[in-house]
Ligand binder design. Structure first.
Ligand SMILES: Cc1ncc(COP(=O)(O)O)c(C=O)c1O
Length: 360
């Protein structure tokens, strides 16, 4: 069976480099913090042209730390997309805030800036834009909207580290950006991990403090913080993968282009729409099919794995039902029609397309 993300082939491709990096950390006796984390943070910041990169325990933690540093208080409202993974809304709720679910653009799956005005109330403090499936949201428009309404803006690049919009990295936009190093993400570790990006020195300092038990100085706890760190072994693995990252992103884009050539000639199915100003990481290759069940059965017959991101809007999830959110039509439609195909740098898309042709 074809793997949805072929991490084994990736390990085989860079095996010697992984073995060297893993042995270096395991033999060092230093497993938390230290030089490896510092080196990765510097490399991530340099790669994405931001002043500060701070590693932490997961993408979800990164969102929570970002909002704590921005001063989110109980009862504050934050605008989040209705069609995405749960983390942004979950983190707002866990900090005592209220997620307000915004609709997406019907073709790009990204937050629709035109739908935000109606969600702003005197309690609104910020927006979390998600760069879904690897494509940067309309951040220059959202930045203006946030400024005009005195809101902060977080960019969730869990699926989009390395994505470019108008010549800028996705994580260069907004007050703070985050990413996830979950193993199947475009830049994934061998366990959980995440990072926070900002150009603002005061926010960076605050985030580091909160993620380190509220300490700047040893055993002087200025605020109640938490433990959120990436370990040295994960950092060493990520440093190996970062060396190959641009080549992998290029391959993902070629794979997506190959799929596009096939799907663009078919009816009732829409290849992903990438805005002209965007270069996507293609964390997912997500199609829209008005007869999704038909396509899922074709893929099954062809032995091609599929995934449904996401089967339900967040506002309709049991945990958010009590918020009585207005339904968002485009988000609901995406839940009914979207499905994703394997697209990583080690996926043989030519073989997949041939199998699909035969199964059709
Ligand atoms: C858009 C988005 N945000 C946040 C996260 C959370 O990342 P993590 O799994 O590292 O906590 C994910 C993970 O799937 C995600 O897709």
């Amino acid at each position: 069976m074809i793997p949805f993300v072929n991490l084994k082939a990736q390990r085989d491709a860079y095996r010697e480099e992984f073995l060297e990096a893993e042995a270096r950390i395991l033999d060092s006796g230093r497993y938390i913090g230290g030089e490896e984390i510092q080196a990765l943070e510097q490399e991530l910041a340099k790669y994405s042209h931001v002043n500060h990169a701070i590693c932490c325990a997961s993408g979800t933690d990164a969102l929570e730390l970002a909002m704590e540093a921005l001063g989110l208080e109980p009862g504050d409202e934050v605008i989040v997309p209705d069609f995405t993974f749960i983390s942004p809304a979950e983190c707002v709720s866990r900090l005592g805030g209220i997620p307000r679910f915004a609709d997406i653009d019907a073709s790009t799956f990204l937050l629709d800036p035109g739908k935000l005005e109606a969600l702003v109330t005197p309690k609104t403090v910020g927006i979390i834009a998600v760069h879904l499936f690897g494509q940067t949201a309309q951040m220059e428009v959202l930045e203006q909207f946030a400024k005009a309404n005195n809101l902060w803006l977080i960019g969730d690049a869990a699926q989009a580290f390395g994505a470019i919009r108008q010549g800028k990295h996705a994580v260069e936009y907004g007050d703070i950006s985050i990413t996830s190093f979950y193993p199947t993400k475009p830049l994934g570790a061998y366990g959980d991990g995440g990072a926070i990006f900002t150009n603002k020195g005061d926010l960076a300092e605050n985030i580091r403090k909160i993620a380190n038990h509220g300490m700047k100085e040893s055993y002087l706890h200025e605020v109640v913080g938490k433990n959120s760190r990436l370990d040295a072994l994960q950092a060493a693995i990520l440093r190996v993968k970062l060396r190959h990252f641009d080549a992998e992103l290029k391959k993902r884009q070629e794979n997506a282009a190959f799929y596009n050539d096939f799907f663009e000639n078919l009816e009732k199915i829409k290849a992903p729409v990438i805005e002209n100003s965007n270069i996507s990481t293609f964390a997912q290759y997500s199609l829209l099919a008005s007869d999704r069940n038909f396509w899922l059965s074709v893929c099954e017959k062809a032995k091609v794995p599929t995934a449904i991101y996401y089967p339900r809007t967040l506002s309709s999830q049991p945990c958010f039902k009590h918020l009585n959110s207005e339904p968002n039509i485009c988000a609901q439609n995406a839940c009914k029609q979207a499905f994703s195909l394997p697209v990583c740098a080690f996926t043989d898309v030519e073989a997949i397309v041939n199998s699909l042709k035969k199964a059709l």
